[in-house]
Design a protein around this ligand. Structure first.
Ligand code: FPP
Length: 247
């Protein structure tokens, strides 16, 4: 594991902290396309290509989990042509990239609802998860038909349905009922496209996440910008509600 825990007695120079889990709100595909006089879907298409590059940058830096917000529970309200286009892009990406992700030892996990996906897409998602379940490299969580509030409600429903006693419901138990049960909470949340909102993303899990916002549109996010995000994270002092540590 690459997470650095500096101890006061250690003679080694302090290395910048690496976030174990980076979650990204990939915003700005539509604007990227509009600026070029292209249909919005062209922006989403280039956006999908960007994912590989992001993994290639974050993996070697020691990041163990990457979560991408690809389609929200609210995105169904977009024009149906765009919704269908994004569904097709996910399908295509699964068909084209599952094998190579598996060869790179990436574990793919879907976060979100499956019941509104087409049977084909559902099968593609299930196949990618089954194939990569034992992989030990980076975990790629793809939030697709995902909403933070919906996730919390689903967890509550399951807890009630299973007859869990109220006295035993604590934070650790609740976390195990979320789509992210297999992942630590995100250390760093990056949002591209200049907006300063959380947009129903990882509401429970982001309680102590650090945020990095950039006006860069998702299709333009490059290794240098990611390095800036990691550097900014390295300079943050995380206190988790306590007081600052004396240097
Ligand atoms: C935000 O840009 C982007 C989305 C809502 C969808 C992101 C989807 C992909 C990158 C493709 C599908 C994902 C996978 C994993 C295959 P926006 O459209 O809101 O941009 P705008 O704010 O400029 O309009």
């Amino acid at each position: 594991m690459q997470v650095r825990t500096d101890s006061a007695s250690s003679p080694a120079p302090r290395k910048p902290q690496v976030p174990r889990h980076v979650a990204i709100i990939m915003d700005g595909n539509g604007r990227w396309a509009r600026k070029r006089g292209l249909p919005r879907l062209a922006g989403h298409k280039v956006g999908v290509e960007r994912i590989q590059k992001v993994l290639e940058t974050l993996g070697p830096r020691g990041v163990e989990y990457v979560t991408l917000f690809a389609f929200s529970t609210e995105n169904w309200n977009r024009p149906s042509e765009e919704v269908q286009g994004i569904m097709a892009l996910l399908h295509e990406a699964l068909e084209r990239q599952t094998k190579s992700l598996h060869e790179k030892n990436v574990r793919v996990v879907h976060l979100g609802k499956v019941d509104r996906l087409s049977p084909d897409l559902r099968e593609g998602v299930a196949h990618a998860q089954r194939l990569t379940i034992h992989n030990t490299g980076i975990t790629l969580n793809v939030a697709f038909d995902y909403g933070g509030r919906d996730e919390i409600l689903e967890a509550v429903r399951r807890i009630i349905r299973e007859g869990v006693l109220p006295e035993v419901v604590d934070e650790a138990l609740f976390s195990r009922y979320l789509y992210t049960a297999h992942s630590p909470d995100p250390d760093l949340i990056i949002r591209t496209g200049g907006e300063l909102r959380i947009s129903n993303f990882l509401l429970w899990q982001s309680a102590y996440s650090e945020y990095y916002h950039t006006p860069t549109l998702w299709p333009d996010l490059d290794a240098a910008e990611l390095e800036r995000a990691l550097e900014a994270f390295g300079r943050r002092q995380r206190r988790f509600g306590t007081v600052a540590k004396e240097e």
